[in-house]
Design a binder for this molecule. Structure first.
Ligand code: 26V
Length: 800
C-alpha cells in the first residue's frame, strides 16, 4: 500500500461510514476511518495466516489472561505494517495531522499493571516471530479506572473506552457460546458407567469480539478474543407486562455485569463472587471454542496436546484445569485417567507474584454453589492428589495440607495449577529461585522437572522505536537496522561508548524528550519543571512493597539538606511519580496523598526553587508511560528484595537510556548482570539479607535511633509541616500494627538508599560519564526483548 492507495481506502471508508469526503471529516471521523482501513488489512492478513496454519496442522498457543493492557493500537499497527508514512501523507494531503488522530485514541486499559502489559507484549512478539497465538480475555466495558487527584486523594472515574476503542473489535455473534452457572450436578451410575447431569443452571451467553494484533514486518496477524457477557433472554416479558420493569431486566443485568468492569485490584481477593464468575465465564467460553475448533479440524481429541498449548497467565484462569476435564469427560466421554493426561499435557502456568494475598483462593462453599460440576471435578482432583501424597509422605499431615488443592474450606488456585500443569515458570531468575526454594518448594521436591524460568521481556519496538523515534534514528545511523528484528544487535552500540559526539547526540535526544515531557506536565498539571534537571522517575502500581514511600522519605531528606545548606552543590532534580492505587487499598492512597503533599510543599518553597521539584502525574497508563519513559534519566526500581517478581518498567526505562537505581530484586538482578555494577546504582539488602533480618528480629526503631536525619524526616510526617498529617504512614513504619512494624523494611534500607542517591548526584555532574552509562544500558537491553522471552516459551514450554 502506498500513499495513493491509502488515500483511496481512507476516502472510501469516510464516505461509507460518515457520508463525507476525508477532507471535511472531523478528527474523530478520520480516526475511525483510519482504524477501519487498518483493521481490514489485518483481517485479510489474519485470514491468510490462519489458513496457512490450518493447512500445515500447526500447533496453536492459547494465552489465557484476565488482563491485556493493550494501550493504543493505531500507531502500533501502522508501525508494524510499515504504513506510517503512507498514512501520514495521505491524511496530511486532506489537511489532517496523524498525530492528532493518535491522541484521540483511548487506551484499551484491560489490565492493572505488569501482568496485563506483559500479555500484550507477548502477543506482539509472538506475531512478530510468526507464531500462531490466540489471546483470550474479557471485553470489559470499563477498563482500569481513570485516576484524578483531588485535594491529594485519588478518585476513580469510569473508563468508557469502547466509545472510541470499539473500532478495533469485530463482533463474531455467530460464534457465541453458552456458559453455565449454579444449579446442581447430579451423579449417577448405570450400565454404561458414570454420568453427570447438570440441572437448574443459569446460562450466560458469551459473545466473542476479535481484536487483531499485527507482528512487525511479518505475515503473521494474531487475534485477541475478548468475550462479552449477554443474557440469553433479552427481557422477561411476563414481569414487564405486570409493570415490574426493573425485575424484567434483572436476569439481563446479572448476566451482563460479568463483563462490565475490570477488577481494579491487583493485590488481594476478598472472595468476590463476581470475580469467580468472570474467571469461569472467560475460561469456559475460551476452552469450548478451542475444543470445537480442534474437533472440527482433527475429528478427535486424544491429540489435543500435540496441537494446542494452553497457557495460564497467573492463577486467574486456573479454572482451565477442571473445565478442560469437564469438557473431555462430560462432553466427549473420556475416562478420568485419559482426560487427566490430556489436561496435564496441554496446560502450563506462569506465576507472577509471591505475595500471598495475591495467590487466589476461594471459599469452598461459594465455589461449590457457583460452579457445582467444576467443584466436583476439583474435589476429585484433590482427593486423588492427597491420596498420592499420603503414599509419598505418609503421616506428614502438615505438608499434605500445604500442598492440597482444597483445605481449610478453601480452594487454592496455585496448588491446582501446580499439580495439573506440565510446566510452571517464574518470571526472572531470582523469582524462579524463590518459587522453588520457598513457596513452591514442596511441589519442586515432588517433581523438579516441571519448573522453569523465563525472564520477562518487553515489546521493544513499541517501547523504544515507536515512543522514541529520535533515539532510533540515531541508533540506525550508527549500527544499522538489524536491531529492529534482533534486539541483541543493540550491543554493537558499545563501540561508541567513548565517542564524545555520540554521547553528545544521546544527551541531545534525551533533552528533547525531557522537553516534551515538561510540556505535557505543564499542560496536564500546571507545574513547570526544568528540563536541565535530573528526571528521576518512579512509575508503577502503588504498592507498599514497591516502596514509593522510601523514595518519598528520601526526597524529604534531600529537601531538609537543601534548606539547611543552601550552597550544597548538587545538580537540580525533578522527582516524578505516576501510579494507580487499588481502590480499596488504604495505605496506598495515603502514600499518594503524602507524595502530593510533598510536591505541594516543595514546589511552593522559594528556598529550593530551581533545585528540587516533585510531581505526581495523574492517570498512569500505557500511553502516558510512552511519553514519560523516553525522558527518564534515573529509573527507580527500589522494591524490597524478594518481592518484585520481575518488573518490566525497569526494562523499558533501561532501553531508553535511563540508569537504574535499585535493589537486587526481580529482573534488576539480570540488568545488573548485563550492565555491571558500575552502570547502575545498587543499594539495599539482598533477598537473603532480608530473610536473615526477619529471622533475627527486625526493629525499625533501632535504625531510627541510630539515624537522627531519618528521625527528623519521620517527624515531618506527623508534625503538620507538609500541610497535613500522615500518622497512619508513620505508624505503619514504627508501630507493631498487625504484628509487624515496617513490613517492607523501608527504614532498614533508608540509609543505603540515601548513599546511592548521593552517588547519582555526584555521577551526573560528569555529563559524559553519565551519558556513557546511559549508552551501556541501551546497548545491553537486548536480552529483555519479548522476542527472546516468547522464543523461550515456544521452545521450552509450548513446544511449537
Ligand atoms: C492478583 C489479583 C488477586 C485478586 C485480585 C485481582 C488480582 C489481579 C492481579 C493479580 C496478580 C498480580 C501479579 C502481577 O501483576 N505481577 C507482576 O507481574 C509482572 C509481569 O510478570 C512482573 O513484572 C511484576 O514484577 C509482578 O508484580
Amino acid at each position: 500500500m502506498n500513499q495513493k492507495t491509502a488515500a483511496a481506502r481512507l476516502e472510501e471508508k469516510c464516505k461509507l461510514h460518515f457520508g463525507c469526503p476525508l477532507n471535511s471529516a472531523t478528527n474523530q471521523q478520520a480516526y475511525k476511518a483510519a482504524c477501519l482501513v487498518v483493521r481490514d488489512i489485518l483481517i485479510e492478513k489474519n485470514m491468510l495466516f490462519q489458513h496457512r496454519n490450518v493447512e500445515a496442522e500447526q500447533k496453536q498457543v492459547y494465552y489465557m489472561s484476565m488482563e491485556f493492557l493493550v494501550g493504543t493500537s493505531l500507531r502500533n499497527n501502522l508501525y508494524n505494517l510499515k504504513l506510517e508514512r503512507p498514512f501520514e501523507n495521505a491524511l496530511s494531503a486532506a489537511g489532517i495531522n496523524i498525530h492528532d488522530l493518535y491522541e484521540i485514541e483511548p487506551d484499551a486499559g484491560l489490565g492493572n499493571g505488569g501482568l496485563g502489559r506483559l500479555a500484550s507484549c507477548y502477543m506482539d512478539a509472538a506475531s512478530s516471530l510468526g507464531y500462531a497465538m490466540t489471546g483470550f480475555s474479557i471485553r470489559y466495558e470499563f477498563g482500569i479506572f481513570k485516576q484524578k487527584i483531588i485535594d491529594g486523594w485519588q478518585m476513580e472515574f469510569p473508563d468508557d473506552w469502547l466509545n472510541m476503542g470499539e473500532v478495533w473489535l469485530q463482533a463474531r455473534t455467530d460464534e457465541s457460546v453458552e456458559v453455565r452457572f449454579g444449579g446442581h450436578a447430579d451423579e449417577y451410575m448405570d450400565e454404561d458407567g458414570y454420568h453427570v447431569v447438570h440441572r437448574d443452571y443459569t446460562t450466560v451467553l458469551a459473545v466473542p469480539y476479535d481484536m487483531f494484533i499485527s507482528g512487525y514486518d511479518s505475515d503473521a496477524v494474531n487475534k485477541l478474543v475478548l468475550w462479552s457477557a449477554k443474557s440469553p433472554k433479552s427481557i422477561d416479558m411476563g414481569a414487564f407486562s405486570r409493570g415490574e420493569y426493573a425485575k424484567a431486566l434483572e436476569e439481563n443485568t446479572r448476566a451482563e455485569v460479568i463483563s462490565k468492569v475490570l477488577y481494579p485490584a491487583d493485590d488481594h481477593i476478598d472472595g468476590k463472587i463476581l470475580r469467580l464468575r468472570q474467571q469461569y465465564f472467560f475460561v469456559s467460553a475460551s476452552l469450548q471454542s478451542i475444543i470445537a475448533r480442534h474437533v472440527k479440524k482433527y475429528g478427535r481429541l486424544d491429540n489435543l496436546a500435540d496441537k494446542a498449548a494452553i497457557h495460564i497467565n497467573d492463577t486467574h484462569p486456573a479454572l482451565c484445569v477442571p473445565e478442560l476435564m469437564r469438557i473431555l469427560m462430560d462432553e466427549h466421554n473420556f475416562g478420568w485417567d485419559d482426560a487427566w493426561q490430556i489436561t496435564q499435557n496441554t496446560l502450563s502456568y506462569t506465576n507472577h507474584t509471591i505475595m500471598s494475598e495475591a495467590l487466589e483462593r476461594w471459599n469452598e462453599g461459594m465455589f461449590r454453589e457457583q460452579l457445582p460440576r467444576i467443584y466436583q471435578i476439583t474435589a476429585e482432583i484433590n482427593r486423588r492428589l492427597v491420596q498420592e501424597l499420603q503414599t509419598i509422605y505418609p503421616g506428614d499431615v502438615a505438608k499434605i495440607e500445604y500442598m492440597a488443592v482444597i483445605a481449610n474450606h478453601e480452594v487454592r488456585m496455585a496448588n491446582l495449577c501446580l499439580c495439573a500443569c506440565h510446566t510452571v515458570n517464574g518470571v526472572s531468575k531470582l523469582h524462579s529461585d524463590i518459587l522453588t526454594n520457598s513457596i513452591f518448594r514442596d511441589y519442586y521436591n515432588l517433581d523438579h522437572k516441571k519448573f522453569q524460568n523465563v525472564t520477562n521481556g518487553i515489546a521493544y519496538r513499541r517501547w523504544l522505536c515507536q515512543s522514541n523515534p529520535e533515539l532510533c534514528e540515531l541508533l540506525s545511523s550508527l549500527i544499522g537496522n538489524g536491531y529492529l528484528k534482533d534486539a541483541r544487535k543493540l550491543e554493537s552500540l558499545l563501540e561508541y561508548q567513548d565517542d564524545p559526539s555520540v554521547l553528545a547526540s544521546l544527551r541531545d535526544i534525551k533533552l528533547k524528550k525531557k522537553i516534551a515531557l515538561r510540556d505535557y506536565i505543564s499542560k496536564a498539571n500546571g507545574i513547570n519543571i526544568d528540563e536541565n534537571s535530573i528526571y528521576d522517575i518512579q512509575i508503577k502500581r502503588l504498592h507498599e512493597y514497591k516502596r514509593q514511600l522510601l523514595n518519598a522519605l528520601q526526597i524529604l531528606h534531600l529537601y531538609r539538606q537543601l534548606k539547611e545548606n543552601p550552597h550544597l552543590e548538587i545538580p537540580p532534580r525533578t522527582f516524578l511519580f505516576a501510579a494507580k492505587a487499588s481502590s480499596g487499598y488504604f495505605m496506598a492512597k495515603q502514600i499518594i496523598r503524602l507524595i502530593v503533599a510533598i510536591s505541594n510543599t516543595i514546589n511552593a518553597d522559594p528556598a529550593v526553587r530551581d533545585r528540587l521539584k516533585v510531581v505526581f502525574i495523574e492517570d498512569y497508563k500505557v500511553s502516558l508511560a510512552e511519553i514519560i519513559i523516553p525522558a527518564a534519566d534515573i529509573s527507580e526500581q527500589i522494591s524490597i528484595a524478594g518481592k518484585e517478581a520481575s518488573g518490566t518498567g525497569n526494562m523499558k526505562l533501561m532501553i531508553n537510556g535511563a540508569v537504574t537505581i535499585g535493589t537486587l530484586d526481580g529482573a534488576n538482578v539480570e540488568i545488573c548482570e548485563a550492565v555491571g555494577r558500575d552502570n547502575m546504582f545498587l543499594f539495599g539488602m539482598t533477598s537473603d539479607e532480608v530473610e536473615a533480618l526477619w529471622r533475627q528480629g527486625y526493629s525499625p526503631l533501632s535504625f531510627v535511633r541510630a539515624n537522627p536525619a531519618l528521625r527528623a524526616v519521620l517527624d515531618m510526617l506527623t508534625s503538620g509541616v507538609l500541610g497535613a498529617r500522615f500518622d497512619d504512614i508513620a505508624n505503619s513504619l514504627l508501630t507493631n500494627q498487625y504484628g509487624v512494624a515496617d513490613a517492607y523494611m523501608t527504614i532498614a534500607d533508608f540509609e543505603d538508599y540515601v548513599r546511592a542517591q548521593n552517588l547519582v548526584s555526584e555521577t551526573y555532574k560528569d555529563a559524559e560519564k553519565f551519558a556513557r552509562m546511559s549508552l551501556i544500558n541501551i546497548a545491553k537491553a537486548g536480552i529483555f526483548s519479548a522476542d527472546r522471552s516468547v522464543s523461550e516459551y515456544a521452545n521450552n514450554i509450548w513446544h511449537i
